[in-house]
Design a protein around this ligand. Structure first.
Ligand SMILES: *Cc1c(COP(=O)(O)O)cnc(C)c1O
Length: 367
């Protein structure tokens, strides 16, 4: 391991998590969501670990190109849709199935010749982000079904609040979606990770569609062993964390009571103590929003970050009796310190922390 911050990725955990998700949704087909460099876990390596997935979902054509250039031949779904007509042609050439979510998309397809491509129609059942409004969706679906340059039409919707099991929005979205696809003969998709783990009973209402092999799930964060439901641990959901984010102490030095630490001198030592300087900063994705007091693990014990995170360095208070030395490893999140808990300190979601890892040092991939 280098001294600089480095993500250790356990690909076996990714495979395990995929299987655990499959077991929760028997009979469903699964597109594994590997956008954002597989949420910071390394897209190509994770694609390899997810060989059992029925498709991969991405958010940018550059991601599709990287996958195709690496020889990945699985169906690819572009979740956000294409952003221009030229991108639509690029999607065709990369054999990417785009999400169609606007009238403009439909017109582009209607006015193009050439081989038909499979598309996903995205319907907005209450998130008010991408997707046809409910009243416009049936018309768009039927135009696409009658469009020569479309070979297959599938329909999806996305939950807005599935991570909150007591928020009724998800139930409303499910009811709206069920009404919409009543009589629709093709494949359909609901459920991100939170939908799968928080609303499993409600998803059983799609039983006849599942039995027909037409329901697709779209897990993302859970593949990487991060709990999609605040307050419930990944372990209790049967998931294994795939990322451990580590760095090393590069210097251990004394600090006297009353001395300030770091930019702005925002922290002052209350006692004579020992500081550890860690080779990690916001340039590595250890964000500056991580406040003083956030724990890291050094030699098996939790010690707090002190002062403000710099671009390349972080200071921790090792305590007055510290015997730690330069070179000792520091766990920023991982074993004994779930990223979910660091995210709480930072006032963000674990998605942002793992996706934000910049990989200045190459990730270490393990089985
Ligand atoms: C990112 C994304 C997902 C995966 O969501 P997770 O919360 O990571 O499981 C599923 N569907 C759509 C449309 C997405 O954009």
């Amino acid at each position: 391991m280098t001294f600089g911050a480095c993500a250790r990725i356990r690909l076996g955990a990714v495979t395990h998590n995929f299987q655990a998700i499959r077991n929760r949704a028997p009979g469903c087909r699964a597109m594994a969501v590997i956008k954002g460099n597989a949420y910071g876990h390394g897209m190509l390596a994770c694609a390899g670990a997810l060989a059992e997935a029925d498709a991969f979902a991405i958010a940018r054509l550059s991601e599709a190109r990287t996958l195709r250039e690496a020889g990945v031949d699985k169906p690819l779904v572009m979740l956000g849709g294409v952003f221009s007509r030229a991108d639509l042609e690029l999607a065709v050439s990369l054999e990417v199935s785009p999400c169609i979510h606007s009238d403009e998309h439909v017109r582009w397809l209607e006015s193009r010749d050439g081989p038909g491509l499979p598309v996903w129609v995205k319907v907005d059942t209450g998130m008010n982000r991408l997707g046809f409004r409910l009243e416009d969706a049936p018309g768009a679906i039927s135009r696409l079904q009658n469009c020569d340059s479309v070979s297959d039409v599938k329909v999806m919707t996305h939950f807005a609040n599935a991570d909150n099991p007591s928020d009724e929005t998800t139930r409303v979205q499910i009811e709206r979606f069920k009404d919409l696809i009543d009589g629709f003969p093709g494949d359909v998709s609901v459920a991100n990770s939170a939908g799968l783990f928080g609303w499993a009973n409600e998803l059983r209402e799609f039983e006849t569609i599942i039995d027909a092999g037409r329901l697709w799930i779209r897990p993302g964060i859970a593949l990487y062993g991060v709990s999609p439901i605040p307050g419930r641990s990944a372990a209790e959901l049967g998931l294994k964390a795939a990322m451990q984010f580590e760095a090393r102490l590069i210097l251990v030095k004394p600090v006297l009571a009353g001395e300030h630490v770091g930019y702005g001198g925002t922290w002052r030592s209350g006692q004579d103590s020992t500081l550890g300087i860690v080779a990690v900063g916001y340039g590595d994705g250890y964000t500056r929003y991580i406040p003083g007091g956030t724990p890291v693990i050094v030699n098996g014990r939790r010690v707090p970050v002190v002062g403000i995170i710099s671009m390349d360095l972080t200071v921790v208070d090792l305590g007055p009796d510290a015997t730690d030395r330069a070179g000792d490893p520091v766990i920023l999140w991982g074993d004994g310190l779930p990223v979910e808990s660091v995210a709480e300190y930072a006032g963000t979601v674990p998605y942002q922390l793992v996706t934000g890892v910049t990989h200045r040092e190459q990730a270490i991939f393990e089985k």
